[in-house]
Ligand binder design. Structure first.
Ligand SMILES: [Zn+2]
Ligand SMILES: [Zn+2]
Length: 118
């Protein structure tokens, strides 16, 4: 028996991972499902199989601006409506992969379709 070699770090994506991740990912919407501000996706990375967590802010632009500005309010309202987002998840597993240098995860990324308020 030899120790299982960890996959080397590679920045890549494969369409098949989107399908795999759609079946294994857990999605939670914060602060609530009706008007989410952040999508949190967790689950095993379809490439390296390690557990990874990814947060996607839906109202990043609104937060970056003064809350009182008209643009911020428009963006905030739009994010609070029923919607969907193609969330790009990048593997951020805590395992150190060979050749990863300062990077976290294995370099894999995949896309998850998330819907809310429907
Ligand atoms: Zn990994
Ligand atoms: Zn990975």
């Amino acid at each position: 028996m030899t120790d299982q070699q960890e996959l080397p770090y590679r920045v890549e994506s494969e369409p098949a991972w989107n399908t795999v991740a759609a079946g294994t990912a857990r999605v939670s919407l914060h602060p609530d499902e009706a008007a989410p501000e952040v999508v949190v996706v967790s689950g095993p990375c379809p490439r390296c199989r390690h557990e990874t967590v990814h947060s996607e802010p839906l109202v990043a632009y609104a937060n970056a601006l003064a809350r009182s500005s008209l643009l911020a309010r428009l963006l905030y309202q739009r994010a609070a409506e029923p919607g969907s987002r193609e969330v790009e998840v990048i593997c951020g597993c805590p395992t150190s992969h060979p050749e990863a240098a300062e990077q976290t995860g294995c370099g894999a990324s995949w896309v998850l379709h998330v819907e809310w308020g429907v």
